[in-house]
Design a protein around this ligand. Structure first.
Ligand code: AMP
Ligand code: MG
Length: 349
């Protein structure tokens, strides 16, 4: 299949191109498009054959459910059996935006889209191109991240092309995404609202709207013996080809430990790499040094992380050390993705 590449600026919609992209989705095809979090791989969420094609294009296990993207509140009534008050309150506060809610599904949502579950994940993105595409497609777009399964989510259209060129009908290039990590997922189908995946919308922000929000116990540790509640969280995502270790400790101990380990790996003729903050990156003696931004601005770390992980694969890093990032805000989401990328391989120093 020949993939058509088009460019649409967020602030400057091209109605004719959006109509063409919408027509592809309406006829069962796949279109990758920008959102404020990462690039999504869209298909018609109400068409089981489209969802099957999404799994195939990504090489994704079919028990890993898709998030349904909507552009208007009326669409929520159509795909959710009963909307709890908490969902209305969260939608009021955070939609359109980087929040996904798990809710009981209505019959029109096929099980192919929900990975066989009776619940559906729903998000209303803020990105203008995404919203106009959703409307042009008829209102319901299933869109997981637009990467091959096991690769970092794409933050630029060129990474979508690396993974999916020739496998989908169209890629809409909208430039660099704003946030760089996937949406926060909140489950509203159990006793207490529970965060299944941390993101830009933090627990503190959610608790300003709902008085109490839990966090799934498997998010930051893998030794809990619990099965993760979001089926996708059990797969090792975002794993670089090299062996990644996260080093957590104060600055002096971290720098010393990583440099000793880099020297050891160098003696074994391994190609070494380090992922660090602007403030410390120059202190390391690695073959490849990647800064992901300043510790004072963890939102820049979120935006750069997946690009850096992809570059480390391209540059064939074999032994990789990363500093820990664990602020209260988006730093928690950064750390969750790093932990998953490393297979929860951390060292305390
Ligand atoms: P992605 O679309 O690649 O960002 O991944 C979607 C994530 O949402 C995966 O981790 C899924 O397991 C999770 N998810 C989607 N639908 C549900 C659902 N009905 N219940 C729990 N988790 C879900
Ligand atoms: Mg994904």
């Amino acid at each position: 299949m020949k993939t058509r590449h088009i460019r649409i600026e967020e602030q400057n919609t091209d109605e004719e191109l959006i109509r063409q992209a919408g027509d592809i989705l309406r006829s069962g095809g796949l279109v990758a498009f920008p959102t404020e979090t990462v690039y999504g791989l869209g298909g018609d969420a109400l068409n089981p054959a489209s969802s099957a094609r999404i799994y195939q294009a990504k090489g994704r296990p079919s028990d890993n459910p898709l998030i349904v993207h909507i552009a208007d509140m009326e669409a929520l009534d159509a795909i959710v059996r009963k909307i709890p008050d908490e969902a209305r309150a969260l939608a009021e506060a955070f939609w359109p935006g980087p929040l996904t809610m798990i809710l009981p599904k209505a019959d029109i949502v096929p099980r192919e889209t929900t990975g066989g579950l009776e619940t559906v994940a729903v998000r209303m993105p803020a990105h203008r191109t995404a919203r106009e595409l959703i409307r042009a497609a008829g209102g319901y777009v299933a869109a997981p991240s637009a990467n091959r399964s096991g690769r970092p989510s794409p933050t630029l259209a060129k990474y979508v092309a690396q993974d999916l060129d020739g496998r989908i009908e169209m890629i809409i290039d909208g430039g660099s995404v704003e946030i760089g990590l996937e949406s926060t997922i909140v489950d509203l189908t159990s006793d207490k609202p529970t965060i299944l995946r941390p993101g830009y919308i933090t627990r503190q922000m959610l608790e300003r709207v709902l008085s109490y929000v839990e966090e799934d116990s498997t998010l930051m540790r893998c030794d809990t013996g619990q099965a993760p509640k979001a089926p996708g969280m059990k797969y090792r995502h975002y794993a670089p080809a090299g062996e990644l270790t996260i080093v957590d400790g104060d600055r002096e101990h971290t720098v010393r430990y990583i440099n000793e380990e880099l020297a050891r790996a160098g003696q074994r003729h391994k190609r070494t790499a380090v992922i660090a903050a602007d403030e410390t990156v120059d202190l390391y003696r690695a073959d490849i040094r990647k800064s992901v931004g300043s510790r004072g601005h963890e939102e820049t770390v979120a935006r750069e992380l997946y690009r850096v992980l992809r570059e480390l694969d391209d540059e064939e890093a074999e032994v990789i050390f990363a500093e820990a990032f664990d602020g209260d805000g988006i730093g928690r989401a950064v750390m969750n993705r790093l932990l998953k990328a490393s297979g929860y391989h951390t060292v305390q120093v």
